[in-house]
Design a protein around this ligand. Structure first.
Ligand code: SF4
Length: 440
């Protein structure tokens, strides 16, 4: 049973989706930064995909140099504020902090990161002196973490950069897909405004690149094109009833929640299908939207779920129930969802098997499928010479370039779906690759 009432005002929505990592005040930041041992060869740095110099930025906070601290963070990660809030720090930097070996609470690196970056954003602190233009232009498709990180880095290298974004807002999943209790849209967008004002790239919103002609125009007008296109819609499960009203894809539903808040569709009894981090988000969010019951159904056992353990703990903490070794075989209902029929699963010689005669049903009025997202393979077939692997991920060389083309790529479309911090790191790396390739 969920402890949350359906929010009926924006204030109640904010209460239900209270920030997991609230901002620190000066005293908290001073105290927390004082605990850091400023380790040599610090394991927290090695665990960060963007290799932020964590001991240095924490020391700068401790000595009162907040601007310097923010500069240290942004020098490695253009999504410094967003990542402080949305990174799974429990398994990255904080999970690697030396204190964990002594059963002592690790340093709250994410919150300290926000302490510095938030102030830099509010003061519009100058991050870089952009040099003269080198006369070359790069187009970026997608204003998500990989695309924007690539844009920022290219601007420091003297390129003119135009970002083409299909939606009306930037930031990709940070705005459209990350749970509202991790970051608010307002906060994600403020960082995007800050980066654009600091680095001076252009973003063309509502500008979807979708035809061969669009692509040929980009090829003709730019020296290189970066694909930060992310992933597509939720994949179908391939069972009867998926077309019923209130059977939704997790990505689409979470986007609706992020954009419409109170007006987002929510059932009284919700079943979430899947065992990854998106399933955990969808389940927690359903509970916080006031669903009376939320059941997360996964076809294998709880310890085989792909989600981080802390995400499952978070979901259980808001009343989500687990139904394991249960594979969906039909979504039930006439026009609208009325339930899900499952079959029990087991393991035989290490393989997942369905147990005959073990069918059972869970009544519900909403199903959220968190069973993976499609790759953008249809779009990619429009680009001559682009290379993809058997899973539909873009294949790239050491420059981040795909095949014998002008196209470079990074983020989810290359890694198959990872964290914001991975996309930020890959976008920045691709910018360096584009530069090396164009000057070689
Ligand atoms: Fe500080 Fe922990 Fe990193 Fe050491 S491992 S530098 S104590 S945050």
């Amino acid at each position: 049973m969920s402890e949350f009432k359906k929010p009926s005002s924006e204030q109640e929505f904010e209460q239900n989706f209270q920030q997991l990592k609230p901002l620190m005040n000066e005293t908290e930041a001073y105290y927390e930064s004082s605990r850091c041992l400023f380790c040599y060869d610090a394991p927290c740095v090695k665990a960060c995909p963007t290799e932020i110099d964590i001991p240095l930025f924490i020391r700068q906070i401790n000595s009162g140099d907040i601007d310097g601290s923010a500069s240290t963070i942004y020098a490695s990660n253009y999504f410094g504020n967003t990542c402080g809030k949305v990174c799974p720090t429990e398994v990255l930097c904080e999970g690697a902090c030396v204190f964990t070996e002594q059963n002592v609470k690790p340093i709250e690196i994410g919150r300290l990161q926000n302490h510095a970056t938030k102030q830099a954003i509010e003061k519009n602190k100058k991050l870089v002196n952009l040099g003269d233009s080198n006369g070359r232009k790069v187009a970026i498709i997608g204003a998500g973490p990989s695309g924007i990180s690539c844009a920022c880095e290219l601007r420091t290298l003297g390129y003119e950069v135009d970002v083409f974004e299909a939606k009306e807002k930037p930031s990709g999943l940070s705005v459209h897909g990350v749970a509202p209790y991790k970051i608010t849209n307002e906060e994600a967008l403020i960082e995007m405004d800050y980066l654009q004002s600091q680095f001076g790239y252009t973003v063309k919103y509502n500008s979807s690149v979708q035809s061969k002609e669009d692509i040929q125009k980009l090829e003709a007008n730019y020296d290189a094109v970066f694909l930060g296109i992310g992933l597509g819609d939720t994949s179908t499960v391939g069972i009867p009833g998926e077309e019923l009203e209130n059977c939704l894809g997790a990505t689409e539903w979470i986007e609706e929640l992020k954009m419409d808040h109170l007006d987002a569709n929510i059932g009284r009894k919700v079943v979430v299908l899947g065992g990854g981090n998106t399933a955990m988000d969808a389940a927690s969010e359903s509970a916080r939207m006031g669903a009376e019951s939320v059941t997360l159904a996964y076809r294998r056992s709880a310890d085989q779920m792909g989600a981080y353990a802390f995400e499952w703990d978070l979901a259980k903490g808001v009343g989500v129930q687990g139904e394991f070794n249960a594979t969906p075989i039909e979504i039930l209902g006439n026009d609208k969802v009325e339930g899900v029929r499952f079959k029990r699963t087991g393991s035989q010689n290490g393989k997942l098997i369905e147990v005959e005669g073990s069918e059972f049903e869970i009544p519900c009025d909403m199903v959220i499928k968190a069973t993976g997202q499609r790759k953008q393979t249809d779009f990619l077939t429009l680009i001559d010479g682009i290379q993809t692997d058997v899973k539909g991920r873009i294949e790239i060389d050491v420059y981040g370039r795909s095949g014998d083309t002008k196209f470079f790529a990074g983020g989810d479309a290359v890694n198959g779906g990872a964290e914001v911090v991975n996309a930020a790191a890959e976008g920045k790396m691709a910018a360096v690759g584009i530069h090396e390739y164009l000057i070689s």
